[in-house]
Design a protein around this ligand. Structure first.
Ligand code: GTP
Ligand code: MG
Length: 238
């Protein structure tokens, strides 16, 4: 188990998502191999050096020979946990707008708080909308490192699948798409101030996804090289 210093440039994966969704629990699981007995709401980012099991092939390894000794090495990466509290989200945003070898994002949601009318759904969709918008606008950024981010995979981890109120991944996906549609149209009406975004932007288009579409779909992000996938599971309790 390592606590990495901030100096490393290992490939990094960001854990983002609303408070209480299970990000720190997931980090602990990766770091120790067992889920944490107890977590506290995070106030600062923490990162842990993790590795994939020996023999795991990354997509970049696809042209390697099966006999390549590199395959026998652990594939190291840095998992970066960020606080989900509304007032501490600048940490997560900073990790995107000032990326350190960023390879992907895991957006962790609590699948048990995403039913229609649940305020967890609104909070989650709000946050996800803002993150996706920052990624969509990255090509306009003056920051070279942000601009250089090519394709970014986002895994929406529908956590807490062990709870009986948890929605299955397919419903997590459609509920979030529906709720993001609402966020998007209310933002465009100027009813809400997004509050976040890249500071160096002027009044660029703040519309997420396909212009002119009434329903938001994650697929619309592919035009901006943001590939979203939803997958269900649970860190603890099962
Ligand atoms: P912030 O640090 O506030 O952003 O929250 P977080 O996303 O780091 O959440 P954390 O990992 O602290 O988990 C919040 C609570 O959810 C803890 O009590 C965990 O034990 C619990 N929890 C995490 N994953 C699961 C899960 O898969 N199932 C169940 N039932 N509980 C879980
Ligand atoms: Mg936490």
């Amino acid at each position: 188990v390592f606590r990495a210093s901030g100096l490393t440039t290992l490939p990094s994966i960001l854990l983002i998502g609303p408070s209480g969704s299970g990000k720190t629990s997931l980090l602990t699981l990766f770091e120790r191999g067992t889920s944490a007995a107890q977590t506290h709401t995070s106030q600062a980012p923490i990162s842990a050096e993790c590795h994939l099991p020996v023999g795991t092939l990354a997509s970049s390894d696809r042209y390697r020979s099966v006999n390549d000794p590199t395959n026998l090495r652990h594939k190291k990466f840095l998992l970066v946990d960020t606080p989900g509290h509304g007032k501490l989200r600048h940490h997560a945003l900073a990790s995107i707008t000032n990326p350190q070898n960023l390879k992907g994002i895991i957006f962790v949601v609590d699948a048990a708080t995403l039913s229609a009318g649940d305020e967890g759904l609104r909070h989650t969709a709000d946050y996800l909308h803002d993150i996706l918008l920052v990624l969509q606008k990255r090509t306009e950024s003056k920051n070279k490192a942000v601009k250089a981010l090519k394709e970014i995979p986002i895994l929406i981890a529908a956590n807490k699948g062990d709870l009986f109120t948890a929605l299955p991944a397919s419903l997590v996906k459609s509920s979030l798409e529906m709720e993001i549609s609402k966020v998007r149209s209310s933002r465009s009406k100027g009813l809400l101030d997004s509050g976040i975004g890249m500071e160096d932007e002027g009044d660029r288009d703040e519309w997420l996804g396909e212009v002119g579409s009434t329903e938001f779909r994650f697929k619309q992000m592919e035009e901006f090289d943001v590939v979203v996938e939803v997958s269900g599971g649970n860190v603890a309790g099962g």
